[in-house]
Design a protein around this ligand. Structure first.
Ligand SMILES: C[S@@+](CC[C@H](N)C(=O)[O-])C[C@H]1O[C@@H](n2cnc3c(N)ncnc32)[C@H](O)[C@@H]1O
Length: 218
């Protein structure tokens, strides 16, 4: 039985058998077992896809643990290849839904959460599958450290507004870049992820939001 909302589509794409076998051989050393072993600060990306942003973050923050949370095997496989080639040591992978990870992470231990192009589920009847809703925002609030930030990008106008409304409703975060010049500009240092490139190809203008944790006892 799935206890948590299913916010994702397929978990496997066109990955071929040799790559899949190689993936299963290599992934173990990157998988998270228990979070209690990490006393370093954490940066988490949810839905890390092929891992382009994870590689960037691991270079920018060498003294932090970067967690890639992704259920899509093809994406994780391509991240594992990058980690092996570049001999990166500060990245861990969680290959199940983020809601399971939330139960393992210590409160106030995450500095940044990145969510780039979360599945928009545009059909009205699928809207409830969207990852970012009030409940999700409450969960991440308690995991983020003081001054923790959430970075979100989307190219879906309806989801953009919906995310803003949900963050405003529960009043736990400031919208840090609430100025059109800023929310229309790609995050500094953000690489062109697969979904960023897809959006640009079809002429969609992605929106970029940064939310900063408020200090409040709620
Ligand atoms: C549209 S893709 C974006 C991938 C990547 N961030 C990019 O910009 O190219 C969204 C990803 O989020 C993942 N995802 C959705 N719900 C998730 C969840 N609850 N936990 C972990 N990953 C999730 C999906 O598997 C999918 O790969």
């Amino acid at each position: 039985m799935n206890l948590f909302p299913k916010t994702y589509g397929r978990t496997k794409g066109k990955i071929k058998k040799p790559s899949l076998l190689n993936y299963y051989k290599k992934i173990n050393k990157y998988l998270i077992d228990s979070m209690s072993q990490y006393n370093k600060d954490i940066i988490l990306e949810i839905g890390s896809g092929n891992g382009e942003n994870i590689i960037k973050l691991s270079n920018l923050y060498k003294d932090k643990i970067i967690i890639a949370c992704e259920v899509y095997i093809d994406g994780n496989s391509s991240l594992v290849k990058k980690l092996e080639n570049k001999k990166i040591k500060n990245v861990k992978i969680f290959d199940k839904s983020c809601f399971y990870l939330f139960k393992k992470i210590k409160k106030f231990s995450i500095d940044q959460i990145w969510i780039l192009f979360p599945d928009p589920w545009p059909k009205k009847r699928h809207n409830k599958r969207r990852l970012i809703n009030e409940n999700f925002i409450n969960e991440i609030y308690s995991l983020l450290a003081k001054n923790g930030k959430v970075y979100i990008a989307t190219d879906d106008k309806n989801y953009f507004l919906n995310i803003l409304i949900n963050f405003q409703k529960n009043d736990l975060f400031y919208w840090h870049n609430d100025n059109p010049n800023n929310w229309n500009t790609k995050f500094q240092d953000m690489p062109e992820t697969s979904y960023y490139l897809k959006a640009m190809k079809i002429g969609q203008k992605p929106k970029f939001m940064i939310f900063k944790k408020k200090i409040c006892l709620k």
